[in-house]
Design a protein around this ligand. Structure first.
Ligand code: NDP
Length: 288
């Protein structure tokens, strides 16, 4: 039976890092302040903002919610983002999704100053990953890697299969794992892999499986190689339950380590958003 790798102890370790860096900034008279920008009234977004604020309060980080009307235009949104970019008191910006259909999400997201992009999803920040010059990386991708590092698994040359190739999870996880200091051997699977019936083949030879596909329990437990490490990034609502992309119980029978859903990667992700917030303030002020 696998060891269940919970997110909380790892998140608590990240909190220590956040508090250390935040007090270093405080000693220099620098305050960390996040601006969360929302267009419209999506209720799920309101819930997300509340949980962000709770995390910010816990780490003595200021958090301000900027709400634009649902009918706000593209140029009004860009104007608001430009003001936040210019503001010396705002050190981090989050553009909340979903955005209304009339908004060009790419234009809005890329309008954020990369040094204030605490979600780490601006093309400049993703580009830095390609060059091994990571500054602000996407929190979920970082969380998956942090969990692997926390369990002490030897990544060098490890056959690592990532399922999912999104810009915020699958691809950045691959880029981080390819960094020379980690040096995993990475395969990325996607719907093309499944269409050719090759997903099982890849998963069953993997030392490490990172599931980020958004499909409830689509990865069957019996596909997992005995002793493999399974990081389940997926969060899927099934009835009143949250489940991952991996069929948990049968996978836990075969894996050596597995992350639970909920209580796994998600907990680490939200904490890393706060770490990115302090890292961003450091970057803006030339602090390494
Ligand atoms: P996307 O929908 O953007 O990407 C899903 C990826 O999975 C795509 O690349 C898609 O392939 C691939 N995929 C889907 N179905 C299959 C299949 N049957 N076989 C092979 N590949 C498949 O999702 P995200 O990357 O944004 O998120 C992935 C999961 O992670 C979701 O469950 C999401 O809820 C969760 N998540 C969790 C977070 C956390 O903090 N724990 C934070 C962010 C996301 P293709 O490109 O070919 O379409």
């Amino acid at each position: 039976m696998a060891e269940i790798l919970k997110g909380k102890p790892i998140a608590d370790g990240i909190s220590e890092q956040i508090n250390q860096k935040r007090s270093l900034l405080q000693d220099k008279g620098i305050k960390v302040k996040i601006a969360a920008v929302q267009v419209g009234d999506d209720p799920a977004t309101a819930y997300y903002v509340k949980s962000q604020r709770k995390q910010a309060d816990k780490h003595n980080i200021e958090h301000q919610h900027f709400k634009l009307a649902p009918q706000a235009t593209q140029s009004q949104l860009i104007e608001a983002i430009t003001e936040l970019n210019k503001s010396s008191s705002i050190t981090g910006i989050i553009l909340l999704t979903p955005l209304p259909e009339h908004i060009d999400a790419w234009a809005a997201q890329t309008a954020i100053d990369p040094k204030k992009d605490i979600e780490g999803i601006h093309p400049s920040n993703l580009g830095l990953l390609v060059y091994n010059r990571q500054r602000l990386a996407p929190c979920t991708a970082l969380a998956a890697v942090k969990m692997l590092q926390a369990c002490g698994v030897d990544l060098v040359g490890a056959e690592t299969v990532i399922v999912g190739r999104s810009a915020i999870v699958g691809k950045p996880v691959a880029l981080i794992l390819l960094e020379r200091k980690l040096s995993a051997t990475v395969t990325i699977c996607h719907t093309g892999t499944s269409k050719k019936g090759k997903l099982i083949e890849h998963i069953s030879r993997a030392d490490i499986v990172i599931a980020a596909m958004g499909s409830p329990e689509a990865i069957k437990g019996k596909w997992i190689k005995r002793g493999a490490v399974v990081i389940d990034v997926g969060v899927n609502q099934v009835g009143d339950k949250l489940v991952g992309d991996v069929e948990f119980e049968p996978a836990a029978e075969r894996a050596s380590i597995i992350t639970p859903v909920p209580g796994g990667v998600g907990v680490v992700t939200t904490r890393l958003l706060m770490l990115n917030a302090v890292e961003a303030a450091c970057w803006q002020n030339g602090i390494e």
